[in-house]
Design a protein around this ligand. Structure first.
Ligand code: NAP
Length: 209
């Protein structure tokens, strides 16, 4: 499994949980300094820059989990080069290397970027375009659109549906648990769903999609 954004706040949870579940995890990071963190979590680091050549990082993997992003402090240019183009590069690499499964960490609001707040427009458009590229890719994809992320401890319970109809929050740890449950859930292939904190156990919520 290749985790892009492995040193990120969601990404670190994903690496740890995948390794605990017995998967071989490759963590894509952009600095050698981050390698010990990935090893400590049970993953194998690979250093690459999503703004440069990354195709080789997918070689030998069965699946890609894209949880990278320019971050809230970055401008429109980084939304384009990392959130959109970075995700698309790994979609193309997944096709090239036969990694048939692709999980995208998208965002609530990406279903209708134009209705989001003005300052979120570049981000939401980049996410929406990356999601569309994935839908068109022919890969066995799942697009996960969480609400606002928090650093609260995971609760193990969520609300998940194609369209939830309200905004809200979710702990990053619960997003990661949901990604790990989704990875092997064939019922989620070709699906897009929104995700908030809620009261349904994660496996049950994923199975109901
Ligand atoms: P995060 O902590 O900012 O992690 C993003 C990761 O992407 C970081 O590890 C960062 O590397 C990496 N990255 C950035 N540029 C890169 C590049 N050029 N090459 C390789 N890696 C690069 O984000 P998060 O909070 O875990 O969020 C995970 C995902 O959820 C993101 O896709 C985000 O857009 C999405 N999301 C966020 C929210 C929210 O409320 N914040 C809501 C919905 C969805 P460094 O560690 O070196 O910085």
């Amino acid at each position: 499994m290749l985790v892009a954004g492995a040193n990120g706040q969601v990404g670190q949870h994903v690496v740890r949980l995948l390794a605990q579940a017995g998967h071989e995890v490759r963590g894509l990071i952009r600095s050698e300094d981050q390698a010990p963190t990935i090893r400590d979590l049970g993953g194998e680091p690979i250093v690459a820059d999503l703004e440069a050549e990354v195709s080789h990082t997918v070689a030998g993997c069965d699946a890609v989990i894209f949880s990278a992003g320019g971050g809230p402090g970055s401008g429109a240019e980084k939304k384009e080069t990392i959130d959109r183009q970075g995700a698309v590069k790994l979609i193309e690499a997944a096709r090239e290397h036969g990694a048939n499964r692709y999980l995208m960490v998208s965002s609530m609001g990406a279903a209708d970027p134009g209705s989001g707040p003005e300052k979120m427009q570049p981000y939401l458009h980049a996410k929406a375009q990356a999601d569309q590229s994935l839908k068109d890719s022919g890969l066995a994809y799942t697009i996960v659109r969480p609400g606002s992320l928090t650093d609260d401890p995971g609760t193990g319970t969520v609300e998940a549906a194609p369209s939830i109809g309200k905004r809200g929050e979710i702990p990053r740890e619960d997003v990661a648990q949901t990604l790990v449950a989704t990875l092997t859930a064939e019922n989620t292939h070709g699906k897009t769903f929104e995700l908030l904190t809620g009261d349904i156990p994660i496996k049950e919520a994923v199975a109901s999609l």
